[in-house]
Design a protein around this ligand. Structure first.
Ligand SMILES: [Zn+2]
Ligand SMILES: [Zn+2]
Length: 411
């Protein structure tokens, strides 16, 4: 029988291999001196091939390996240490890393120079790989750098494993059917969340939010410590979010369970929020989705109830002038605390009157991302130009506002 793996070290490698015989190395460390030579062999297998080629038996060692102090012979200890740190957590994919004393790694490189091997593999990369293989064998989980559920970091000097449990991400769309709740929770302005008389000890400006109403059932199902809400923009507190809903990603921090029943969560969110919030299209997501919803700038459609005594013909005339043309919108004073004060060009994509009454009319409009609709209707004291009130020549007031769609996809 011939062995399928060819291992044919050049003469300088054999010279180095001979010189390394009396270094008191374990098979892993000995083989690793030539770790980048030949494919398909483990380092101990490399060691055995070299001893064969040199016509010698494995060198006898007195005491532990002088390079690794038998670290590689005790990988099972590190497997146990790793597993203990994540007891009670569900994980299927993992990444291994390790922290080494720099002198140890420097000593290794010095030895490569001394022996004349240019094929050495670092102990750190070998340990990360072999530890990962041992964890895979023990648990059936899958190791590698791609989207891990947990990262194990072995601190070799301290003899401890530090785990990092990665968040779980859930993506979906929400509808907000209540005009009294904000999208995310607002810490009380006076106490900044600690709790005071102003906020009745809750630390919050509003009793609840979309973030909390969506997050609580998910947090409970995942056994997580907290959730973070990332919406694709936001609507005003007193605006409803209707239609297909607004895209969001929920980041679930330190989840114990990862296999969530997303189909069961949607009705649970509607039920526990007493119908104030509904979610749709829940699906697994990743950290990249957070960036995507944060960076997206989709057009939006609104229904706006406008109060003002003005004939509909006059409104229609104004809408012809207003649509498809640039408007200059200076940051409204009401949001000046979180956005820099400057003039931005915006666009009303389309607008039409859908209902009229004695006191006013209802508009449906589609705007470019970032347009402040209320200010465009009312004028905001001249901070938005042109504005609808100016165009019809009558003071206007927004009675209600609903978001009908966030056009992030076709539909
Ligand atoms: Zn060793
Ligand atoms: Zn307070």
């Amino acid at each position: 029988m011939t062995d399928p793996v060819v291992f044919d070290p050049p003469p300088p490698a054999l010279t180095a291999a001979r010189a390394a015989l009396d270094r008191g190395l374990c098979p892993e460390c000995y083989g690793r001196l030539f770790g980048r030579l030949g494919h398909g062999l483990s380092n101990p297998e490399r060691a055995r091939r070299l001893w064969e080629l040199l016509g010698t038996t494995p060198p006898v060692r007195t005491g532990p390996c002088r390079a690794c102090e038998d670290l590689f012979a005790r990988l099972d200890v590190w497997v146990e240490r790793g597993l203990r740190t994540v007891e009670g957590f569900e994980w299927h994919r993992f990444t291994c890393g390790s922290r080494w004393e720099p002198e140890l790694l420097a000593r290794e490189e010095h030895q490569w120079l001394q022996l004349g091997t240019e094929w050495g593999e670092s102990a750190r990369s070998a340990f990360n790989r072999e530890w990962g293989k041992a964890l895979e064998a023990r648990t059936g989980a899958s190791g590698g750098p791609d989207r891990p559920d947990v990262v194990f970091l072995a601190d070799l000097a301290v003899g401890r494993v530090e785990p990092t449990i990665l968040p779980l991400y859930v993506r979906g769309r929400y509808r907000k059917l209540d005009r009294t709740i904000p999208q995310t929770h607002w810490p009380c302005r006076r106490c900044r969340g600690r709790g005071c008389d102003d906020c009745g000890g809750s630390g919050k400006t509003y009793p609840t939010s979309v973030e909390e109403l969506v997050g609580a059932p998910v947090l409970a199902a995942a056994g997580a410590t907290e959730t973070r809400f990332h919406g694709m923009g936001r609507e005003d507190i007193d605006a409803r979010m209707l239609g297909r809903g607004r895209p969001f990603v929920l980041e679930v921090v330190r989840p114990r369970n990862r296999a969530l029943d997303l189909a069961a969560l949607a009705p649970e969110i509607a039920r526990s929020s007493a119908g104030r919030v509904e979610v749709d299209e829940l699906r697994p997501a990743s950290a990249a989705d957070v960036l995507q919803v944060k960076e997206a700038a989709p057009e939006k459609s609104y229904r706006v109830g406008v109060l003002g005594p003005v004939p509909v013909a006059k409104v229609n005339e104004a809408l012809v002038v207003a649509t498809g043309r640039a408007i200059a919108q200076r940051t409204p004073t009401r949001v000046a605390h979180r956005r820099s004060d400057r003039v931005r060009p915006r666009r009303i994509v389309s607008a039409r009157v859908v209902e009229t009454a004695d006191a006013g009319f209802t508009l449906e409009i589609r705007t470019e991302a970032g347009t402040y609709v209320k200010e465009w209707v009312e004028g905001d004291g001249g901070r938005t130009e042109p504005n609808l009130a100016g165009l019809v020549g009558v003071p206007l007031k927004v009675g209600f506002l609903d978001v009908l769609d966030v056009h992030d996809t076709e539909g």
